[in-house]
Design a protein around this ligand. Structure first.
Ligand SMILES: [Zn+2]
Length: 62
């Protein structure tokens, strides 16, 4: 991930990862090469079943 600060876009590294398994939620604290700090959160938005179990084609909903 690149730094989100305008005109920076430097490479970043993860300073800290904090998982909250109870909420299916992960926090990450980043710092970029220019010492900007920011955090991201990771959230499960979709669970897809094993593709092998799926039917050949999914019909579009209309
Ligand atoms: Zn930066």
């Amino acid at each position: 991930m690149k730094c989100p600060v305008t005109n920076c876009q430097a490479w970043t590294f993860v300073k800290e990862t904090r998982a909250r398994p109870k909420d299916n939620f992960t926090y990450r604290r980043y710092e970029c090469a220019n010492e900007h700090r920011f955090t991201t959160t990771e959230l499960v938005t979709k669970v897809t079943e094993n593709p092998k179990k799926r039917k050949e084609k999914e019909k579009p909903n209309e």
